[in-house]
Design a protein around this ligand. Structure first.
Ligand SMILES: Cc1ncc(COP(=O)(O)O)c(C=O)c1O
Ligand SMILES: O=C(O)CC[SeH]
Length: 424
């Protein structure tokens, strides 16, 4: 099969002609990003640290990509640190906050106690698990603030109520990968920064603010000046870019602390050493350019198709048989995500998907796909009843998903459910 040149072709090639609606798990490379990767592989293979023309060419490409990422999130190029992906970026924030707390103590053990980190109960595993590990090793304390069953959000008052004198970091994702619910990060950072004025005067540690923006980029506005965060995680493969990522840091090492997890050749100002992955960085920069130029159009299209999907589901199954799991009062949600349950016995999400002939989607986070038939912990923590959560399906549309594909997907679900109903 020839190399795909369009996202839709790439999607169909990978999906073997089926309809891919799992874009929150990962997206195909935009053709422009793939071209940038290819060009860099063939024409900018020099070591960016080399002073000769081959190295300088690679370094220039990286500089351009850094500018593109900064533009995409409203920051400065010097605020962008390239990483292997979102997991590394998230771990780096937690590592930094803990190290900064410990190093800020006047002297070891000066009574400040153990660094405390506040996050939500619905974060990605690359936030949840490093924190659980640090707690297990008594290297940090953590509070996982439950999301509100009414809003599906980590409410600001609840997050602030969890803050202690030893709190050094608050990390709340910008949008949840399963429900699509958008978290109140702007208000949160405003309230934390106001609190910091008092805390610093009292000799208490500054609370750093991080948001994992993996699921929002390319689907809505992401502006670090508006958000007011100190750190923001960027994940390339969520916005048609390559499988690398970056961390936005507001003035790394000056305004905002940043401690390396790796030591080596001094690349990325020694914040993240290792010879740079020039082709992937070039592709990431191109993907960022596309987002900066088109995110509003992407959002409008995906919202139209997602809303059409939910209307067709209710029309085809009846409103009483469809529970829309991320329709929370007063909450905003991602334009592309639909988490719903088809109610009835024997309609567990995985069973329904296994009876679909066209649809490729998921019941929740891809990295939880090995968790058997247990319903999503994220949905349960949002107050979705167990039997409803068990039947959950997560469909996440993409930039080129069409209404015609939605019609085929809904028909596919109808036939799958009809089969399973007969088996009852
Ligand atoms: C919300 C969120 N954060 C972090 C990550 C981790 O990113 P990566 O896969 O690049 O490690 C993902 C996706 O995998 C994600 O959906
Ligand atoms: O939500 C997803 O599928 C990506 C995170 Se594992």
């Amino acid at each position: 099969m020839g190399a795909a040149t369009e996202p839709a072709e790439a999607r169909r090639d990978a999906a073997e002609g089926r309809i891919y609606l799992d874009h929150n798990a990962t997206t195909p490379l935009a053709p422009e990003a793939a071209q940038a990767v290819r060009d860099a592989m063939l024409q900018a293979w020099g070591n960016p640290s080399s002073s000769h023309p081959a190295g300088r060419k690679a370094k220039e490409l990286i500089g351009c990509a850094r500018e593109s990422l900064a533009r995409m999130v409203g920051g400065r190029p010097e605020d962008i640190v390239f990483t292997s992906g979102g997991t590394e970026a998230n771990n780096m924030v937690i590592h930094t906050a803990r190290r900064h707390f410990c190093e800020s103590q006047a002297r070891p053990g000066d009574g400040r106690g153990t660094p405390h980190i506040v996050t939500s109960s619905v974060e990605h595993d690359s936030i949840r698990l490093p924190l659980e590990q640090l707690v297990k090793e008594s290297l940090a304390e953590a509070t996982f603030v439950a999301v509100s069953p009414q809003s599906g959000r980590a409410e600001v008052d609840d997050v602030l109520a969890a803050i202690r004198p030893t709190t050094c970091l608050v990390s709340i994702m910008l949008a949840n990968n399963e429900t699509g619910v958008i978290m109140p990060v702007t208000e949160l950072s405003q309230r934390v920064h106001a609190l910091n004025q008092w805390r610093v005067a009292e000799g208490l540690p500054r609370i750093l603010v991080h948001t994992d923006a993996a699921q929002m980029i390319g689907k809505g506005r992401v502006d670090v000046q508006e958000l007011g965060v100190d750190y923001l995680t960027i994940v390339g493969h969520k916005f048609y870019g390559p499988r690398i990522g970056a961390l936005y840091v507001r003035g790394p090492g000056t305004t905002t602390p940043l401690h390396p997890m790796l030591f080596g050749g001094g690349q990325e100002r020694s914040f993240r050493p290792g010879t740079e992955n020039t082709p992937m960085i070039a592709g990431l920069g191109q993907a960022a350019e596309l987002v900066s130029k088109n995110w509003e159009a992407y959002k409008a299209h995906m919202q139209d198709v997602r809303d059409y999907l939910e209307a067709r589901l209710e029309a085809s199954f009846g409103k009483q048989r469809i529970h829309l799991n991320s329709h929370f009062t007063g909450s905003k949600r991602l334009c592309n995500t639909s988490n719903f349950s088809i109610l009835g016995p024997g309609l567990q999400g995985r069973r329904v998907l296994s009876h679909c002939k066209m649809l490729l989607a998921s019941v929740g986070a891809a990295c939880h796909s090995e968790k058997g038939d247990r319903p999503s912990a994220i949905l349960l923590s949002c107050g979705i009843p167990y039997d409803v959560a068990q039947n959950a399906l997560r469909l996440s549309v993409g930039r080129d998903t069409t209404r015609a594909e939605v019609d085929l997907v809904v028909q596919d679900l109808v036939q799958a459910v009809a089969q399973l109903d007969q088996d009852q």
